[in-house]
Ligand binder design. Structure first.
Ligand SMILES: O=C(O)C(=O)C[C@H](O)[C@H](O)COP(=O)(O)O
Length: 317
């Protein structure tokens, strides 16, 4: 039995050695990233039994990501290396304040070869939560919409909880395409984990009560609205909670905070934490991620989160 599975892409992520505009970056460090991949790492580090459905290139980069994910304890039985589809690349630009841009080289991503025939019902059934995001969908939105719909149908028919992070990347599709596609998933979703700007695309509002009202129309009873440095707002079956931000030691790289938040929220949900504790836990992870350079390097292990929350003593030496 797995606690959580996710479907999606991973890329070689090239992090610049120096901060500032990428056009002046002449050296990069080879790392790995990707929304669903980061999320899977975050879950696995918290101790959740995590599976990932994906495709990587049958190349050196694909092997590197495969081994990295396996080393993180992710179940790799549904990840395959494909000939003829090079592993995707993502170059990052990081500015002095930790914000930045990403530049994708992911046309013909290996993950675009997935079809609904690849969705193993037994694999999905054997999990408590299926986590989907807009990133994978956007890679080939017409085809992947059908694939994700098939996956969430299997999940629903088998009592598997579905969580969605819209993760809207406007370099991959337009707001209209994102809205039209993601709205079709909402009737299958149990937990919505969204940024305010993404909720605005989906529901035409950034007002939390409206976001929740609109989610409830689709039967979604658990919503987390991520507000970055302002914290997060949560709703669960009639109960509201606003989590104040957890100030990071220092913001060095904001990428990956949302994926880390998602992993923390799902962990809290599966552990049966009350809403306030779940949100604080998820927020803490987001804050820890932005203090470390890289998309997933800052994703903490469970004891590190507990130490950060003051629930576990830190023994340094
Ligand atoms: O897969 C993609 O397209 C990406 O952009 C990879 C990024 O590493 C994460 O998606 C980070 O996302 P946040 O946690 O929202 O900062």
């Amino acid at each position: 039995m797995k606690d959580i599975i996710t479907i999606g892409d991973a890329m070689i992520t090239l992090d610049p050695s120096h901060k500032g505009p990428m056009r002046y970056s002449s050296s990069f460090e080879r790392k790995a990233g990707g929304a669903e991949f980061n999320f899977a790492i975050g879950c696995s580090r918290l101790g959740l039994r995590t599976g990932w459905i994906s495709r990587l290139g049958n190349d050196e980069f694909g092997r590197y990501i495969f081994n990295f994910a396996r080393g993180e304890g992710i179940d790799m039985s549904a990840v395959h290396l494909m000939n003829g589809y090079p592993t995707s690349l993502n170059f990052k630009e990081v500015m002095e304040d930790g914000t930045g841009r990403t530049f994708y080289y992911r046309e013909n991503s290996p993950v675009s070869t997935l079809t609904d025939k690849d969705l193993d019902e037994a694999y999905i059934k054997d999990s408590k939560v299926l986590h989907i995001t807009g990133v994978f969908t956007a890679i080939d939105y017409k085809k992947n919409k059908l694939l994700i719909k098939r996956a969430v149908e299997i999940a629903k028919n088998n009592g598997v909880i579905v969580s969605l992070d819209p993760n809207i990347r406007l370099k991959l599709w337009t707001k209209e395409q994102a809205r039209e596609t993601l709205v079709e998933f909402l009737p299958y979703v149990d937990i919505l984990l969204t940024g305010v700007d993404e909720a605005e695309v989906l529901f035409d509002t950034s007002e939390p009560s409206q976001i929740v009202e609109q989610s409830k129309v689709h039967g979604i009873e658990t919503v987390a609205i991520k507000e970055g440095e302002k914290g997060a707002i949560g709703y669960h079956q009639g109960e509201w909670y606003k989590a104040t931000p957890v100030p990071p030691k220092k913001v060095v790289d904001t990428v990956g905070a949302g994926d880390g938040f998602d992993a923390g929220f799902i962990y809290g949900f599966l552990e049966g934490f009350p809403l306030d504790k779940t949100l604080r836990f998820a927020n803490t992870i987001g804050s820890m991620v932005v203090s470390v350079y890289g998309d997933n390097e800052g994703l903490p292990y469970l004891d590190e989160v507990l130490t950060h929350l003051g629930e576990k003593e830190l023994i340094e030496r």
